[in-house]
Design a protein around this ligand. Structure first.
Ligand SMILES: C[S@@+](CC[C@H](N)C(=O)[O-])C[C@H]1O[C@@H](n2cnc3c(N)ncnc32)[C@H](O)[C@@H]1O
Length: 185
């Protein structure tokens, strides 16, 4: 089920605020698990030539839909890939993730979070949501990351199912280094 327009609007709010500022620097955004492109569409309409939106989608059917919906845009790159295999030299200002952690073993969830953190610029944001058991984290690692970087959250009832949207600010380089050291070790 695609995200509702209420979840989509709130999920991209920070990004759109940044993209619609006057005289700004180029912005780089990573979207994970875009599904049919509900968030992608809202971001894309605000991008300028030197911005960059990388979208990583594992599912072949959704990837084809994304290709059909967004055939050409200078700033957009669609990647049909498992995010764990996604490699880039780029670092991002925003990571918007729809990866379904509740259904993923905690060992894999940890790898996904470590990879996400390694691609974040200092002072970047990670935005993601949880569907069920809003306060229960299947992965202890995810819980710790949320505790360290928590900025705000919001319950979106008008979504099927209701979602808790969580925003993290990756603003402590020492903590980020610690996570990256753990990844390397
Ligand atoms: C909840 S759905 C996305 C909903 C989407 N934001 C929307 O509004 O339509 C989760 C998506 O994550 C994708 N996904 C799951 N694991 C992934 C992975 N390891 N790498 C990339 N995409 C993944 C799924 O294929 C699915 O499209």
């Amino acid at each position: 089920m695609p995200s509702s327009r209420y979840l989509a609007r709130d999920a991209v709010r920070l990004v759109v605020e940044e993209l619609t500022k006057n005289d700004r620097e180029p912005v780089s955004i990573l979207e994970l698990g875009a599904g049919t492109g509900t968030f992608t569409e809202r971001i894309l309409s605000n991008l300028k030539k030197n911005d960059r939106l990388d979208v990583v989608e594992l599912n072949a059917y959704f990837y084809k839909i994304l290709m059909r919906r967004f055939p050409t845009h200078n700033a957009l790159r669609l990647h049909h890939q498992d995010f764990l295999k996604f490699e880039t030299e780029r670092r991002y200002d925003f990571v918007i993730s729809s990866l379904p952690y509740e259904g993923i073993p905690s060992r894999i969830t940890r790898l996904l979070w470590e990879h996400k953190l390694s691609l974040c610029k200092p002072d970047s944001h990670i935005i993601y949501y949880k569907y069920v058991n809003f306060n229960r984290f299947r992965s202890r690692f995810e819980k710790q990351v949320v505790r360290n970087y928590f900025k705000d959250d919001k319950i979106i009832l008008l979504n099927m199912p209701p979602a808790r949207l969580i925003t993290l600010k990756i603003d402590d380089p020492e903590i980020q280094k610690m996570y990256l050291r753990e990844k390397a070790g």
